[in-house]
Design a protein around this ligand. Structure first.
Ligand SMILES: C=C(O[C@H]1C=CC=C(C(=O)O)[C@@H]1O)C(=O)O
Length: 370
């Protein structure tokens, strides 16, 4: 299938107001589309279903499912189109938006200093006028963010979302699973060899500790990688990988309940941070800082390339796997506006002005494709 036919098929489906998702996994060239055949709004029951999930930040709200059995799947095997694009979107932000965000961060610091909270992630929404076609924005995201999970998701009863997220929530294959702890931000200035301040090291450590501590009872073994600096667009983050074997008795529903929302998007302790966000953030996050991705979908692993075991080299192995990503660096398209969602982790050592600047730097990831 050519790229033209692929995108025309999806655009026709979109014009009929039917749900779809198009996505490319990190560092792949294959773009996949699931086109749901009716406009029914399905929800997950217990995460044993097969399909594509889209879940909000608020874990008391339901997760939307595109059930595999109700979808047609299309594949574009090697997407390499190149587009010329220079962003014309101005990055001027109103003083009110800045004052509001700084007041929110200062409120968070005040509470953090009482030790009622150790960390809280606060965010804001910024509206940018755009009449760009969503598929054009999606193609620009594909071109710009090779190592991100890039997607465009639509349901007529929910909305139209796009993003290029650097963060995996969880990957599960059989009993083996991995979780990424990503936090701490600085602007990329040409080198990965940078110095991190204690504030960033600590905010990222909270994520790793939370995941390890909470997931341990469901595992038979667990290993934690070294913490590395990784590049995501114009930014650098700190990343640790946690890999574990799940107990036979553990299930995905419990794993998701345990880890989502992680302190990378919510805070520590979880309930208090969540309450702070609900009480003080002046808007509803909806699907920003929720998660999305494939649920129990068959994926084909490449044959092994080692010298031993010739048989294994000959056949690709097909396994069911779940690959969920945190919905960051995303936007919602609504009435000729792109609503950009951006946030950052706050500790008692945060500086409100710097936290504001961090959200401005993060907003450019998405703004630059408009
Ligand atoms: C909440 C966001 O980023 C999270 C992921 C990486 C780094 C983060 C930080 O440095 O605060 C956040 O925890 C966002 O981009 O909106």
């Amino acid at each position: 299938m050519t790229s033209e036919v692929f995108f025309n098929t999806i655009e026709t489906h979109y014009k009929q107001h039917l749900p779809f998702v198009i996505y490319r996994k990190p560092n792949e060239t294959k773009v996949k589309a699931l086109l749901q055949q009716t406009d029914a709004l399905y929800k997950t029951f217990d995460f044993t279903e097969q399909g594509f999930v889209f879940s909000p930040f608020d874990d008391t709200q339901e997760t939307v499912l595109f059930p595999l059995e109700n979808c047609k799947t299309f594949l574009l095997n090697n997407y390499t189109d190149t587009l010329n694009h220079t962003s014309k979107t101005s990055s001027v932000v109103t003083t009110t938006a800045k004052e509001q965000h700084i007041a929110l961060v200062e409120k968070a610091i005040e509470v953090l200093k009482t030790d009622a909270l150790k960390k809280v992630v606060v965010s804001r929404v910024e509206s940018v006028a755009t009449t760009n076609n969503p598929f054009l924005i999606f193609k620009r995201l594909l071109q710009k963010y090779q190592s991100a999970f890039v997607y465009c998701w639509y349901h007529p009863k929910v909305g139209l979302w796009l993003g290029a997220t650097p963060e995996t929530l969880v990957k599960i294959e059989g009993n083996r699973f991995s979780i990424m702890a990503l936090a701490g931000t600085q602007v990329y200035n040409g080198s990965l060899d940078v110095v991190w301040q204690n504030k960033e090291l600590q905010e990222q450590q909270y994520v790793t500790d939370y995941v390890v501590e909470n997931i341990k009872p469901a595992t038979t073994s667990i290993s934690v990688s070294k913490t590395n600096t990784v590049k995501a667009g114009n930014l650098l983050h700190l990343k640790t990988m946690i890999v574990a074997q799940l107990k036979q008795t553990a299930n995905l529903n419990d794993v998701i309940k345990t880890i989502h929302p992680t302190p990378a998007v919510c805070g520590v302790p979880k309930q208090k941070a969540q309450q702070f966000i609900l009480d003080y953030e002046p808007y509803n996050r909806q699907f920003y800082t929720g998660f999305l991705g494939e649920l129990h979908i068959e994926t084909t692993a490449k044959p092994r390339s080692g010298k031993r075991n010739i048989e294994n080299r000959a056949y690709a192995i097909t396994k069911k796997s779940t690959q969920l990503y945190v919905n960051l660096r995303c936007m919602q398209l609504k009435s000729n506006n792109a609503l950009l969602y951006i946030g950052g982790g706050i500790t008692k050592h945060s500086n409100a002005e710097k936290e504001w600047e961090e959200t401005v730097a993060k907003s450019l990831v998405i703004k630059s494709v408009l």
